[in-house]
Design a protein around this ligand. Structure first.
Ligand SMILES: [Zn+2]
Length: 95
């Protein structure tokens, strides 16, 4: 059975026509995502924003970790280059 409900978006107030054909419905106005669950009693929706923002946080943490290890590599590269330069300068000064 296919049914639909109309309601206002909990974020922007736009009118939504949510069909139980979809598991996830996003508001056409603001992109707010809802989890659609249909049962004998009808259609219920749940906001997805909490789960989405948690995933974003995890991704941000991973990015920060990656950046930190990149910085460590860059720092050791810089040290290497500087020590090579220092050796060169010494050589040129003394020749
Ligand atoms: Zn909306």
């Amino acid at each position: 059975m296919t049914g639909y409900i109309t309601l206002d978006c909990q974020k922007c107030g736009g009118s939504l026509e949510i069909s139980d054909e979809f598991e996830i419905y996003s508001c056409p106005y603001c992109g707010m995502q809802y989890l659609v669950q249909s049962s004998e009693k009808g259609i219920t929706i749940r906001k997805l924003d909490e789960r989405v923002s948690k995933v974003e946080n995890e991704q941000t943490e991973i990015k920060i970790n990656l950046l930190a290890s990149d910085l460590e590599q860059i720092r050791s590269k810089i040290n290497e280059v500087f020590s090579n330069l220092a050796l060169k300068d010494d050589y040129q000064n003394h020749s």
